[in-house]
Design a protein around this ligand. Structure first.
Ligand code: DGY
Length: 330
């Protein structure tokens, strides 16, 4: 397939790894890439919808009903580079006749790795340790210096048992000897051991039961109106004293003000966060807390995975423009 003056018009809202941009250029010589990589404003998003047949988008673009409902929409496909689509109002996209696709599977393991990294960093107090070494405070090993907690035998509670939740559970159980419990509205009933959770993972009947049982709670549910502030003052109070919260899902699953209060009160021993309620802004109180590990939304951020995500978006785009079903229509 190729673009050209009369071919499909494609707009890409952020820089993508070089192989992905090359693949797009090869197909669509007129593709509009975002050379300076600045996030599109709502006006620029609306303009992209008017000018392009396909918009290749990502999580920093806010596809609100106002943007999607503007007049003169030409676009028929929003190919999202990312699995989460909470930044796209799907009902408004449907009403505008726009198909939405995402990029599942290819980012599962890397995102699970980051969840595990946050479990390690919080329980073993690694960020804090590195900061004090860099500050010149370390004077050598002392048997009582900077003790964390072991992962082995601890209970990891997985909230949301989709692909990434199950991958995190597998690594935690097989690699670190953690005991896994999980809670999700539905049992995913996966037969393939390569993508299933650990065989002895225990389903908890309620979120409260999971929170009361877990030493570490790791969030893996999608951001929906139902999961907004799922972690709030009331549910934080159900967590074990001294437990740790890890979030690699979406920021607004957590009421950050309530999380700050729980950490300040010492009810939680720490938190490991890769996503934020007001992303990219981080609640200032979190920045000041040594027991909190803060990453800049790195879940899928590897050369390999970001390229695979981009190529998966290209595969969706190819299918759409060829009139075939999109492999990852949402
Ligand atoms: C995802 O795939 O949703 C990641 O958070 C990156 O956007």
């Amino acid at each position: 397939m190729s673009g050209g003056a009369c071919g499909p018009q494609v707009v890409v809202t952020r820089r993508l790894p070089a192989p992905v941009e090359e693949a797009l250029r090869a197909r669509f010589p007129d593709v509009r890439l975002n050379a300076d990589d600045a996030a599109f404003t709502p006006e620029q998003l609306a303009q992209a919808l008017q000018e392009a047949d396909v918009v290749v988008t990502t999580v920093t673009d806010r596809w609100t009903p106002a943007v999607l409902g503007a007049s003169g929409v030409r676009a028929r496909l929003l190919a999202n580079v990312g699995v989460g689509v909470n930044h796209i109002d799907l009902a408004a996209a449907r009403a505008a006749g726009i198909t939405v696709t995402n990029t599942p599977d290819v980012l599962t393991e890397d995102t699970a790795d980051i969840a595990i990294a946050l479990v390690l960093m919080t329980l073993r107090r690694l960020g804090e340790g590195e900061r004090l070494l860099r500050a010149g405070i370390w004077t050598g090993l002392r048997p009582t210096f900077h003790l964390g907690r072991t992962l082995r035998g601890k209970v990891l509670g997985i909230v949301g048992y989709g692909r990434i939740g199950r991958a995190t559970a597998r690594i935690a159980a097989a690699g670190f000897g953690m005991r896994v419990v999980w809670h999700a509205p539905r049992d995913p009933r996966v037969d393939d051991p390569a993508t299933a959770g650990p065989p002895d993972a225990e389903r908890m009947p309620t979120l409260e039961a999971l929170l009361r049982a877990s030493d570490v709670v790791s969030l893996h549910c999608p951001a929906t109106p139902e999961t907004r502030h799922l972690v709030n003052a009331a549910t934080l109070a159900q967590m074990k004293p001294g437990a740790v919260l890890v979030n690699t899902a979406r920021g607004d699953v957590v009421d950050e003000a309530a999380l700050v209060a729980a950490l300040q009160a010492g009810a939680l021993a720490g938190a490991g966060l890769d996503v934020y309620e007001f992303e990219p802004r981080v609640t200032p109180a979190l920045l000041a807390m040594e027991q909190v590990v803060l990453l800049p939304h790195l879940g899928s951020a590897t050369v390999e995975t970001r390229s695979a995500m981009g190529m998966r978006a290209v595969a969706n785009l190819d299918a759409f423009l060829d009139g075939r079903p999109c492999p990852d229509a949402v």
